[in-house]
Design a protein around this ligand. Structure first.
Ligand code: GAP
Length: 463
């Protein structure tokens, strides 16, 4: 690619990202945390539509990975974590990134990413290009430490969890004892929840934040079967994204090499998405071996192993860990769904239609009910249709009623927030007891009897 072509592409990518961030704020998906106080760095709040989108994403993941499988059960562990657990896992001693300070502008950078940052004093250059006076790298622990209860001694120290995995390992014995016969190895324990990392530098919108959510599974297998299961999980995880409509050509798998490999891992693959600024990890799939169970057994004095009835022996399972970021996944779905297309408004005019082509299972609003106007003759039937759609099991999600502004503007608004189907109640509906269903992607409209509406919506949402 020539320098000019690359510069144009970079500008377009930056513009696309700006448009998405602006849409997210304008339409109530994502807001800067504590914006009215100047913002809390690395933290974001999800607005009404962002909350629905995130909930749909997590529900879909839980449905596919727990409810529709026989070999995975759930856990909801505490966020505050015992310091001994995080000492045993290696986080207290080693969960750190190398950091450098600039003696000139007093900024702080990740030592391994200095070239990716802009010098605050000269944003056209990175700190090295600008000849910044940087300190030697030193380790910075990423965990948020806190004190529990009224006493402030060493014993009162706890941490906000940096990953959800550790409570799964710590509760391994309890889960095995309680689920007993029902779950046999290989089996997994899944968890969705918040994690906290005091990242040295945050950025790229919700990509690198200090508070985020993880959806992960610790999948326990017999040693020796770990490599086969690792491949299976990697394939399953890739399909999860493509089944939800992510373009396969914007996904890739990257294997961790040498120093990048975590202390507990035998092998790790990252699933990366091509964001407007480049490839970024959205999910890791690691082979954690028996490291964690052995470490917690040793530190706690409680044996964490599994009695394999077939082989009549106790084994410490190996662990395959698919760990996906909720916020990064959500951002990949947002970027992938963002579409601009030219549509004709008259014989010689066009306008740009912006739409989010979300998979219907993810769409924050599944169906919008739109009376043609606010005319009082239409109101009772429109309310009746809205209540019917809302309560219909066929829709299974958020239904919105909107009667403000022209119908054309309302269609564009629903396109922009990714609503797959709009139902329009018009004056003919009063006579023919039928309504119009409009499809977001094709803009096709079909007339259906109100009596068939639930079934038609279910059909339209099941792509
Ligand atoms: N238990 C393994 C684990 O936590 P990880 O790769 O460190 O693995 C899992 O994190 C996922 O969490 C990543 O693939 C990424 O999607 C997301 N993630 C990690 N750090 C993040 C951050 N600072 N901001 C947002 N998401 C993050």
């Amino acid at each position: 690619m020539s320098e000019d072509t690359k510069a144009t592409k970079d500008t377009k990518d930056a513009e696309k990202m700006e448009k998405i961030v602006s849409l997210c704020k304008r339409r109530g998906f994502i807001f800067q945390s504590a914006e009215i106080y100047g913002g809390l760095n690395g933290c974001w709040d999800y607005g009404p539509l962002g909350t629905e989108l995130k909930r749909n994403l997590k529900d879909y993941w839980w449905r596919k990975h727990v409810r529709e499988r026989d070999d995975v059960v759930g856990l909801d562990g505490s966020i505050l974590t015992h310091q001994e657990a995080l000492k045993a896992s290696g986080h207290v001693g080693g969960f750190s990134d190398p950091m450098v300070d600039c003696r000139t502008c007093k900024s702080r950078f990740r030592a391994d990413q200095v070239c990716d940052h802009k010098c605050p004093e000269k944003p056209s250059k990175n700190p090295e290009e600008n000849g910044c006076d940087l300190t030697e790298p030193r380790d910075f622990n990423l965990m948020f430490e806190t004190k529990m209860g009224a006493s402030a001694g060493e014993g009162a120290t706890a941490y906000l969890r940096p990953e959800t995995a550790q409570s799964i390992f710590v509760q391994f014995k309890n889960v095995c004892d309680q689920t007993g016969e029902r779950v046999k190895m290989p089996f997994g324990i899944a968890q969705i929840g918040k994690a906290f990392r005091n990242e040295i530098t945050t950025g790229n919108f919700i990509f690198r934040t200090r508070e985020f959510e993880i959806m992960e599974i610790e999948f326990f297998v017999k040693p020796g079967e770990d490599e086969e299961w690792h491949k299976r999980w990697l394939d399953d995880c890739m399909s999860w994204y493509t089944d939800l409509g992510v373009s396969p050509d914007r996904l890739r798998v990257r294997e961790h090499e040498g120093k990048e490999l975590a202390h507990y891992a035998k092998a790790t693959y990252d699933i990366e998405y091509q964001f407007p600024w480049g490839w970024g990890e959205i999910q890791g799939v690691a082979n954690r071996t028996d490291f964690d169970l052995k470490a917690h057994s040793k530190a706690s004095g409680t044996t964490l192993d599994y009695f394999d009835q077939e082989a009549n022996e106790r084994v410490v399972p190996y662990v395959i860990e698919p760990a996906a970021g909720v916020d990064r996944g959500l951002m990949a779905f947002l970027v992938d769904a963002y579409t601009e297309e030219e549509v004709a408004t008259s014989s010689d005019k066009t306008e740009t239609r912006v739409l989010l082509k979300f998979h219907p299972d993810l769409a924050p609003v599944k169906v919008a009910v739109l009376p043609l106007s606010r005319n009082e003759k239409l109101a009772p039937l429109a309310a009746e249709v809205y209540n019917m759609v809302r309560k219909s099991g066929a829709v299974n999600g958020f239904v919105q009623f909107d009667d403000a502004q022209s119908i054309g503007r309302r269609y564009r608004r629903q396109d922009e927030i990714g609503t797959p189907l709009c139902v329009t109640v018009d004056f003919d509906s009063l006579d023919d007891n039928a309504v119009t269903i409009r499809d977001r992607d094709t803009m096709n409209q079909v007339r259906v009897p109100i009596a068939d509406l639930s079934a038609e919506l279910a059909k339209g949402l099941s792509r």
